[in-house]
Design a protein around this ligand. Structure first.
Ligand code: S3P
Length: 191
């Protein structure tokens, strides 16, 4: 019997509020594939919300949970759609694991858009300080290189509804699969 071909995931990365969860759900509906979300898996397994984990055990502990989960996911033969927390691509080890799991789509977003979307949100421990817009701007700036290094495909999401973002993801993903695997070629697709 021939070996079963491994299927690569479509992986969504991006800053908090970039719409990974909503685009992921819509992709799941369009492609009739299951979506998994690393934050959700961690919360279910720990029996605590992300905020509770940050508060009781700290950010580093949460980061180690993210890495162990990716190490586990890499062992799977069959992948579907995966969305990961906004900080997951920061570790080089995680970026390598993500590339082993699938094609990485970065939902790129501007700080002001994140601020508008998340100003009433209290579930993101990293954004609960004094000046959230400044914090968002600094974090996005700090993370650009890591996101870029992780991304096979970039889709800009500012000013777009989830339907349009989903279409762009599908276009960019299909293009990426069909043509060469050089990521530079695909950066403009989302623009
Ligand atoms: C984080 C993003 C969150 C969650 C945690 C840390 C980050 O996920 O993993 O609060 O460091 O950007 P979302 O991007 O799904 O909000």
């Amino acid at each position: 019997m021939g070996r079963r071909k491994q299927r690569r995931a479509l992986i969504l990365i991006g800053f908090m509020g970039s719409g990974k969860t909503s685009a992921g759900l819509r992709l799941s509906y369009c492609l009739k594939q299951v979506i998994e979300d690393t934050d959700k898996l961690i919360e279910d397994r720990q029996g605590e919300t992300i905020s509770e984990i940050f508060a009781s055990k700290g950010e580093e502990y949460f980061r180690s949970l993210e890495t162990s989960l990716l190490q586990e996911l890499v062992e799977r033969k069959f992948h579907q759609i995966l969305s990961v927390g906004g900080g997951t691509p920061l570790r080089e080890e995680n970026r390598k694991l993500l590339h082993q799991i699938g094609t990485v789509v970065w939902l790129r977003i501007q700080p002001q858009t994140v601020y508008e979307r998340l100003k009433e949100d209290h579930t993101r421990p990293l954004l609960q300080g004094e000046n959230p817009l400044l914090r968002i701007t600094e974090l996005i700036e700090e993370r650009q290189e890591a996101y870029k290094a992780a991304a096979d495909v970039i889709v800009d999401v500012d000013g777009m509804e989830v339907e349009e973002v989903t279409e762009k993801i599908l276009d960019a993903w299909n293009h990426y699969k069909k043509h060469s695997r050089k990521k530079e070629t695909y950066e403009t697709i989302g623009n």
